[in-house]
Design a protein around this ligand. Structure first.
Ligand SMILES: Cc1cc2nc3c(=O)[nH]c(=O)nc-3n(C[C@H](O)[C@H](O)[C@H](O)COP(=O)(O)OP(=O)(O)OC[C@H]3O[C@@H](n4cnc5c(N)ncnc54)[C@H](O)[C@@H]3O)c2cc1C
Length: 366
């Protein structure tokens, strides 16, 4: 950390959406707050870049759509951003054709070349041959690529957990509160952290040594294993590799995300970012577009962690690291220091952005 933090009442380590929300709350509660961020910029995995050639907002860590059904979360983020009302739709390419996800009348009728009515869908899907055909086309290959396992190992029971819609509703999320910040995610973070009691330091890694020297509460959303110097070994993750390309065409795929569900196609999706801002007429009409292919990849220590790998081993490891947090807090009790851990890395859990904000709004402030 290497800086004097005595004049602060709290430290927030990690300026993703969890940490930035906590920092705002601390400042509004009158606490002088130091935000330390390991990367060169705030925003965590929601960080975007403006492509210099086209002016298109590129979601550096993969497409991010804000969606929620939690009014308090929507109210909170709406203080810092106006949203454009974008409603997310995802298409799937299989066998040379394009289908509307999620599983609903549009996909089922097109795939089986039938004309089901809403009340006929459940019965149709109860037929094992039908559900197997859908599973094989849209889930087996995709899931095997995502988790790096042979398609044969993918459990067909997945499809029983996938909700099937008996309607032509092709909105990917069920949440009515949805959109992309009109002036981009980075501005949302700038406004969240723009408070006279908040000081932000980028390129600053919070470490266990810092924790030992600090006498104020610390809200940490980095990885737990890294904080404790990997003393029990690394928690496993699945990673992603993104391949970005500027294409000389006004519209590459007609929508923001297309999933490629076949195992033989090496990537899982193509993102086309200009479609997140249909209100930007000039950008939409420009003769170029930016696309990004997403390749799931094995994670090795040092790689970007994206999806936690849930297994008996990883749960046991997580338990050990959590016990270290409790032990540290017990040892430092009475000093003013307290380590509060959260966010996707600290919790070792996948959270959508709204769930990260909800969790951050619920953290009791010291
Ligand atoms: C591919 C992908 C797509 C997604 N799409 C969506 C979507 O469409 N909609 C949605 O709602 N959610 C989506 N999410 C989830 C979303 O990314 C998370 O909800 C969000 O990033 C969680 O924020 P966070 O603050 O917990 O973590 P992060 O964004 O990871 O922020 C943690 C921050 O802590 C910093 N840090 C780490 N260690 C330290 C340290 N020791 N000291 C200081 N700083 C440190 C990191 O650099 C990082 O900036 C997606 C996730 C993935 C993987």
């Amino acid at each position: 950390m290497g800086r004097n933090t005595e004049k602060f009442d709290a430290i927030v380590a990690g300026a993703g959406i969890w940490g930035a929300t906590i920092a705002r709350r601390l400042a509004e509660a009158g606490k002088r707050t130091m935000v330390l961020e390991k990367r060169a910029a705030v925003g965590g995995n929601v960080r975007c870049e403006t492509d210099p050639g086209t002016g298109i907002e590129v979601h550096v860590y993969g497409s991010h759509i804000f969606h929620t059904h939690i009014p308090e979360v929507w109210e909170f983020v709406s203080r810092f951003a106006a949203f454009n009302g974008y409603q997310h739709k995802v298409l799937a390419r299989y066998g040379g054709k394009t289908y509307f996800l999620p599983l609903g009348l549009a996909l089922i009728n097109a795939f089986f070349n039938v004309d089901l009515k809403p009340l006929e869908v459940q019965l149709f899907m109860a037929n094992e041959a039908n559900s197997k055909a859908l599973f094989d086309a849209f889930f087996r290959g995709y899931t095997s690529k995502q988790w790096g396992r042979p398609p044969e190992e993918i459990d067909p029971s997945i499809i029983k957990r996938v909700p099937v819609r008996s309607s032509y509703d092709v909105n990917y999320f069920n949440d009515t509160l949805q959109g992309i910040p009109l002036d981009g995610y980075n501005s949302l973070f700038e406004r969240l952290l723009d408070h006279p009691l908040v000081t932000v330091k980028c390129n600053s890694v919070f470490t266990l040594d810092d924790a030992e020297k600090t006498d104020v509460p610390v809200y940490y959303s980095g990885p737990l294993d890294a904080l404790f110097k990997n003393r029990f070994g690394p928690l496993p993750w699945r990673s992603l590799r993104f391949e970005r390309e500027t294409v000389d065409v006004a519209d590459f795929q007609g929508t923001s995300v297309v999933n490629y569900t076949e195992a033989k196609v090496p990537f899982t999706r193509i993102h086309e970012f200009k479609h997140y801002h249909p209100e930007k007429k000039e950008v939409m009409a420009a003769p170029k577009t930016v696309i990004m292919r997403e390749y799931p990849s094995e994670w090795h220590p040092g790689d970007e962690p994206y999806y936690p790998v849930d297994s008996a081993d990883s749960r046991e490891l997580l338990g050990k690291y959590r016990a270290e947090v409790d032990a540290l807090n017990a040892r430092r009790a009475g000093s003013g220091f307290r380590l509060v851990v959260g966010g996707r890395l600290g919790s070792y859990r996948y959270f959508d952005m709204d769930k990260s904000v909800e969790a951050a709004l619920a953290v009791p402030l010291e």
